[in-house]
Design a protein around this ligand. Structure first.
Ligand SMILES: [Fe+2]
Length: 215
């Protein structure tokens, strides 16, 4: 229920947003970034000018905007700021199917891991911005939090890595999603072993259309 202005307690807790609305990325390679995000998210361009494009994939009028800001330089590795943007999927099969579809378009993850609370595949866009695609491993957020407060997570807050093709094979074989989503027990893990903190150079493709023979 939205409060009326007269009812607002100015010194009370600040009213939280109702949702995360969109992300705007500045880029030195406008064409490639628009093509990448359109393909990566199964999105469409709502409005496009020579310098900014607005994309969406749901009921929001735009979720991602790409801006060709004059003078924009390359992304600086190691600078402060946004680490990654995460996109949630409705189920493990959807997440894995989107992986297969992206792979067919030349987009492959730089890291695949079971964090415990989520099963996650990480990608890089053409500028090197990191994107997470994830599915919740627990139906109840409280159960996810409980896992993150437990001993396995304390020893390894990063995740237990997996081969996404193996994930696809397990799903195709009919293994229950709940079983696949359970994070295997592991020992301690150092931050230096986490690929997204030292990712390979980003790949820029001429096209993000399906590649013949890639499926
Ligand atoms: Fe994340």
């Amino acid at each position: 229920m939205t409060p009326k202005m007269a009812e607002v307690n100015v010194t009370g807790k600040v009213i939280s947003p109702s949702r995360m609305a969109h992300v705007v990325l500045r880029t030195p390679r406008y064409e490639a970034m628009v093509a990448f995000y359109t393909a990566f998210l199964g999105a469409h361009v709502v409005v496009r000018t020579p310098v900014i494009a607005f994309l969406t994939y749901d009921s929001e009028h735009h979720r991602i905007a790409i801006a060709a800001v004059p003078g924009c330089g390359e992304k600086v590795r190691g600078s402060a700021g946004l680490e990654h943007i995460a996109f949630g999927f409705g189920g493990l099969a959807e997440l894995a199917a989107a992986y297969v579809q992206r792979r067919a378009r030349g987009m492959v993850p730089v890291w695949s891991t079971n964090h415990g609370p989520t099963t996650s595949l990480y990608y890089q866009d053409p500028d090197g911005n990191l994107l997470e695609t994830q599915v919740d491993n627990f139906d109840d957020p409280a159960a996810a939090t409980a896992f993150m407060l437990g001993p396995d997570y304390a020893a390894n807050p990063w995740g237990v890595d997996f081969d996404p093709d193996h994930l696809v094979r397990r799903l195709r074989a009919g293994e229950p999603e709940a079983q696949i989503k359970r994070r295997p027990v592991s020992g301690p893990r150092a931050i230096e072993t986490v690929p997204i903190f030292n990712p390979p150079p980003p790949v820029v493709r001429d096209s993000y259309e399906p590649i013949e023979g890639a499926v």
